[in-house]
Design a protein around this ligand. Structure first.
Ligand code: PLP
Length: 481
């Protein structure tokens, strides 16, 4: 493709995206294809000759769109959101166009320095501890996912607690322990597996009535493990759990971690970005105790996947665990110790210029725009929770400090509540106007309403509330007959 052809088709692609966003509300939120439908629409073998661009674009409409669940749809209330935005897409496009590898400072200095700078800006915007800034002992880096961030936090913690021994000898069986709660994201267990600790190393600490990790239970677990000769490595505290956005009490967990020399990792994958709004920062009071912290701009901060914001308070622990310098990567800047080489802050060697889209997003919206985005969803969620609390057909099943509301539909005695709730969920999702997911609270199925798609307005939440009540009434009649 020549630059001129690229210009022409690039305009077509941008037009296509703008049109898609303009009419996104017309699509059923959840794709309605059956397994295998998408592949059945594709030729079995790749084309022998190149095809016209128009033919490829036509198949985008014919094959891809019907098989797409529309995460940017204003009726998308499932999982957690996966925001994208104009400035994010354009920044990503430029990153793709530049096509640089930012693995070392020398391989593209701007990729490293813009990233350092944007991560410092974001630390300031979220009011994170000074130690997380590049000017302090730590620093920030863009990772692919919070799952990946949880893994490298564990590797850094192992490196620190073993004083480098795990680098040389790996981990010995039955030596190290990791502390989570039953509400911690599954990626932490996966991290323990990948790090070679095995799932036996994981201690599941009890939670309180609000599903937050109990500091007293944590201290008791750690004490017992230390007494039996285990070495506690890391506590994973969550700010905004995946199931219900429960918040582990960092201010109480932090001193316990410090007392026992345990690494405190804060997984704030969804909720962390809410700290752009000063009034929401008390939710993560005690964040200054954290040794590392992850939050996803690609969930709720208007930045397309992937854009995980990861900070450490002591960058030496992280680079100590991950740095490796083969001869073919040697260069004067690295040898002089004058630069950050981000390959030493991540698992992969190669890395995209992901900071570019973050830089565009922060500059386009500004701090005020980002705050307004988060505040709007939090306000809508509080309103929805209020409607549900005032309606006898629904209970609010868990605290809702941010923009996720867990609703438990109430059913007549004798009705299997879980079956009825899941039937209601399927009915709503089949309808195509909205999409929700579920979880369990106290063993019972509940509906999760995560408000966070950029296009969602109060009108869409009102419509969801109408559909919820109509669906409930319809099913309640059905189940009672
Ligand atoms: N941690 C928490 C608390 C999450 O809620 C999630 C995803 O929802 C993750 C980690 C995983 O995030 P990612 O998709 O960035 O790996």
């Amino acid at each position: 493709m020549t630059p001129e052809e690229f210009r022409q088709h690039g305009h077509e692609v941008v037009d296509w995206i703008a049109d898609y966003w303009g009419r996104i509300g017309e699509f059923p939120v959840r794709s309605q294809v059956s397994p295998g439908d998408v592949r059945a629409a594709l030729p079995p073998s790749p084309p022998e000759q190149g095809e016209p661009f128009a033919a490829i674009m036509a198949d985008l409409d014919r094959v891809v769109l019907p098989g797409t669940t529309h995460w940017q749809h204003p009726g998308f209330f499932g999982y957690f959101p996966a925001n994208t935005s104009g400035p994010s897409v354009l920044g990503d496009l430029l990153s793709a166009g530049l096509g640089v590898q930012g693995m070392s400072w020398v391989t593209s200095p701007a990729a490293t320095e813009v990233e350092q700078h944007v991560m410092d800006w974001l630390a300031e915007l979220l009011d994170l501890p000074a130690s997380f800034r590049s000017t302090g002992t730590g620093g920030g880096v863009v990772q692919d996912s919070s799952s990946g961030a949880n893994l490298i936090a564990l590797l850094a913690a192992l490196h620190r607690v073993s004083r480098g021994a795990t680098l040389r000898q790996g981990v010995r069986p039955d030596e190290y322990t990791v502390y989570v709660s039953a509400q911690t994201h599954s990626s932490m267990e996966k991290a323990a597996r990948i790090a070679g600790l095995g799932t036996d190393a994981i201690r599941v600490v009890e939670v309180d009535a609000e599903l937050a990790m109990s500091p007293r239970a944590l201290a008791a677990r750690i004490e017992r493990d230390v007494a039996r000769g285990f070495v506690p490595v890391l506590v994973c505290a969550t700010v905004g759990t995946t199931s219900t956005t429960a918040i582990d009490p960092l201010a109480e967990l932090g001193p316990i971690c410090q007392r026992y020399g345990v690494w405190l990792h804060v997984d704030a994958a969804y909720a962390g970005v809410a700290a752009v709004a000063p009034e929401l920062r008390p939710l993560q009071a005690g964040v200054e105790w954290a040794d590392s912290y992850t939050t996803d701009a690609h969930k709720w901060l208007l930045t397309g996947f992937d854009a995980t914001l990861f900070w450490v308070a002591d960058r030496a622990a992280l680079t100590g665990a991950l740095a490796i310098l083969p001869e073919y990567l040697r260069n004067a800047a690295t040898d002089a110790g004058a630069v950050v080489d981000y390959r030493d802050w991540q698992i992969e060697l190669g890395r995209r210029f992901r900071a570019l889209k973050l830089w565009f997003v922060v500059r386009w919206y500004g701090a005020e725009g980002l705050r307004a985005h988060v505040r709007e969803h939090v306000a809508l969620a509080q309103e929805l929770a209020g409607w549900a609390e005032a309606d006898e057909r629904f209970d609010v099943a868990a605290p809702h400090p941010l923009s996720l509301v867990c609703l438990r539909p109430c059913w007549a005695r004798g009705v299997d509540a879980d079956v009825a709730t899941m039937t209601l969920l399927e009915r709503l999702n089949d309808g195509g106007e909205v999409f929700l997911t579920h979880t369990t609270v106290d063993g019972a199925a509940v509906l999760r309403v995560a408000i966070g798609a950029p296009a969602t307005t109060r009108g869409h939440v009102e419509r969801l509330w109408t559909l919820l009540r109509e669906g409930h009434d319809w099913l309640a009649n059905d189940f009672e007959e």
